[in-house]
Design a protein around this ligand. Structure first.
Ligand SMILES: [Zn+2]
Length: 91
């Protein structure tokens, strides 16, 4: 009886451990394949951890999402690096 209980416990631990590893792997792969990493560096500071880089729709500058002006549409979010770029896009 004890042996059966230990067996169940071990398999539960194994599944939990495997799940954690898989989650980490998937997360790591997603971060490595981040499509909008800066290609043409324009002197931008590296992104803060946990902040996605966004591309300005008007001038193409990459900046952390938190510093961008966000315009949400039904399909997607559009980002501008400054009021000027926002104005240009609206014009
Ligand atoms: Zn811009």
């Amino acid at each position: 009886m004890i042996k059966a209980l230990i067996g169940i416990l071990v398999s539960i631990l194994a599944v939990t451990f495997l799940r954690a590893v898989m989650t980490l792997l998937v997360k790591g792969a997603k971060e490595a394949m981040q499509p909008d990493s800066p290609t043409a560096s324009s002197g931008n500071a590296p992104p803060e951890s946990g902040t996605r880089l966004r591309k300005c729709k008007t001038c193409g500058t990459f900046a952390p999402e938190t510093r961008m002006l966000r315009h949400s549409t039904r399909e997607t979010d559009v980002f501008y690096c400054s009021k000027d770029c926002e104005k240009q896009a609206a014009a």
